[in-house]
Design a protein around this ligand. Structure first.
Ligand code: GLN
Length: 265
């Protein structure tokens, strides 16, 4: 069977920091190389989201002000469809500002508070005086055990995948995960991740993923890119036996290892 995936890029005009659009390029290219048909649609302010039209949503990072600009539009034109989709297992990846915005509330650096998008039970606060410095630098995390277990079985052959995710973080917001259904995406090995003084990076709820990793995230973590593609395929085709062929990821993993080898704490 020829597989097809539809990707929706949310607010590329407003939320596109530090090369985050590279995540879309990686997903698209990997789908081509894996012989999976792939279409990408942008939804900007003013565009309505419709249910059951998308297999993977992506939303990148943004400055506080850019995040603020999209909140009302999201609730007016997108929330209902995207919330139903994500509750039904549609894949969603949010990076940094996009990740923060997926939660319930976001208290910004200037003290202004805004509701979030309400896709996942997290809250984010820019703590001003408590944390003076931004969390900036290379970030390395060890992937959550359950996620890694699934990931390591998604190929049609055994592969020795790295246990790590790597990326570059640059944020002031500090994120807390509020309930047991929301698991950290990784344990922080180097850098900060969700908070300046904690040990977790990113979050996962169902197939909704948030991460503080720019860099871009997916090009440096091809196993994560394939995992999102695989999750989207098994959901869409309702077939957990789907396996992905292995691509030659030697260049991608060289970039990945460079970070692990040079920036591990
Ligand atoms: N505005 C957010 C912060 O600084 C996110 C920035 C980003 O996406 N890198 O916390």
């Amino acid at each position: 069977m020829q597989y097809e995936l539809a990707i929706t890029h949310l607010y590329p005009e407003n939320l596109n920091l530090y090369g985050d659009t590279g995540n879309l390029i990686a997903l698209k290219r990997r789908c081509e190389w894996l012989d999976i048909g792939c279409s990408v649609k942008n939804l900007e302010i003013g565009d309505k989201a419709n249910k059951d039209k998308t297999d993977i949503y992506f939303m990148g990072g943004g400055q506080d002000n850019d995040q603020l600009k999209v909140v009302e539009d999201f609730h007016d034109l997108k929330y209902k469809a995207i919330k139903e989709d994500t509750e039904n297992g549609v894949v969603f990846l949010g990076v940094c500002g996009g990740y923060q915005l997926m939660g319930h509330s976001f208290i910004m650096g200037d003290g202004k508070s805004t509701r979030g998008l309400g896709i996942i039970n997290i809250d984010t606060k820019a703590p001003g005086k408590e944390v003076k410095e931004r969390c900036i630098g290379n970030l390395i995390g060890e992937i959550n055990e359950q996620t890694y277990f699934e990931m390591s079985r998604m190929y049609d052959q055994d592969r020795d995948l790295p246990r790590t995710l790597v990326g570059f973080e640059n944020h002031s917001g500090q994120t807390t995960l509020n309930d047991e259904q929301v698991k950290p995406l990784a344990q922080t090995l180097s850098g900060f991740g969700n908070t300046h003084n904690g040990k977790t990076e990113g979050a996962r709820y169902k197939n909704v993923f948030g991460s503080y990793m720019h860099g871009s995230f997916l090009p440096k973590n091809p196993h994560m890119a394939d995992y999102l593609i695989w999750l989207a395929l098994i959901r869409k085709y309702n077939d957990r036996s789907i396996k992905l062929p292995s691509l030659d990821d030697s260049i991608e993993f060289e970039a990945h290892s460079y970070i692990v080898d040079n920036y591990a704490a």
